[in-house]
Design a protein around this ligand. Sequence first.
Ligand code: PXG
Length: 481
Amino acid sequence: MSYRTEEVAYVQPAQPSVAASVQAAQPQRSTAEYRALDAAHHIHPFSDMGSLNRSGSRVIVKAQGVYLWDSEDNKIIDGMAGLWCVNVGYGRKELADAAYRQMQELPFYNTFFKTTHPPVIELSALLAELAPEPFNHFFYCNSGSEGNDTVLRIVHQYWATQGKHSKKFVISRKNGYHGSTIAGGTLGGMGYMHDQMPSKVENIVHIDQPYFFGEAEGNLTPEEFALARAQQLEAKILEIGADNVAAFIGEPFQGAGGVIFPASTYWPEIQRICRKYDILLVADEVIGGFGRTGEWFAHQHFGFEPDLITLAKGLTSGYVPMGAVGLHDRVAKAIIENGDFNHGLTYSGHPVAAAVALANLKLLRDEKIVERVKTDTGPYFQKKLRDTFANHPIIGEISGAGLVAGLQLAEDPKARKRFANGGEVGTICRDFCFNGNLIMRATGDRMLLSPPLVINKLEIDEIVSKAKKAVDATAQQLGIS
Ligand code: PXG
């Protein structure tokens, strides 16, 4: 055998078929094998990897509607819409088709250098139609975190165009969540994240959150407490000096912080203060946007008008990553009329993400999914939760609207007394949910629900009855009945 023959044999291996290579990319393995490989090579977000690797992850392999299946063929009802994002539910072919068609037509092109493309144009026009009247311009990115980084860039550019260069401070809230990039993490008020971030973004300060159950003292009503918390913004502005404050950012309701719904007095007061001191008001709509409360955007539920909105999650129902920032006309005008805005990401307005977002928004609109949340499934869900848990011995508060809710676990609900070690109780309850094939999220001692917006009443009944079993089992384990 000559050297040359060997060389030919080497450079011309049999090419696997496309089908075989797809199969090779997703081999069918046993749960144990998946877990071992996951533990060996995968670092999960926000996880204690040592402990997770010892217990092993649950391997989720497929999904349809509001249900997930794991690698042991357990059917699990998803009370969290993935991670607050799968608004149209799993398995919508329209979204897969949109991605497939766009990948064949134009899988990528940038929008940096005097070019654009149909999906991003159509998406922007549709968003302008669906968003409240003054929102007619959108900037794109890949996630909510990048959306909030973008918000900071726009806020600073806006004040530069107004000649107000000293307006640099951004005020946010403790226990708010705005993402996990350095800017997102600094804007957020999660102490356990700040502790691991020796480098933070400058000029970001926090005020207290409007968390009535956990933080109201004395005999304040929820409305009085919310007003007092909003007025902390005014005090903070006066402390820093209005000429130095650029913006206030908040989630209309805090999602990851525990589905904390402020009383009706909160947002009008925040808006009044922002207007009085000429400060931009930013609504982080990453969770609240696209129908969660029964309105297209959560700030509409609370009745205020922000200057900027951060979008992600429900924008694509999580089928592909995409985030965006919506600019109020007065902010957009300043950005448009004042030269270069030096910000952008390779994938700003990615054509495949834009095509999927477009298909997703059309489903939400044409199937009247948001209207159904407002008039039918949302009220049903909220009533069912209140009927089931109002007098439960360890439930102190039920918050929410539309298809998002928080259940406050409490040692003495009437006295608003929380468990001494709240996080542990939440974890116990979360584990009972998980073992009962219900996905529910625990934030400290608050149990959270945010199911796909396409959920029907039977499925809502299933979630609530499984949640009841888990909360009962938690009470029993704690010896409370
Ligand atoms: N703003 C808000 C209000 C969010 O809820 C982000 C920004 C950041 O988005 P990205 O796409 O960068 O993750 C979020 C994200 C949880 C949880 O456990 C919540 C989020 C992300 C991950 C976990 O509740 N929210």
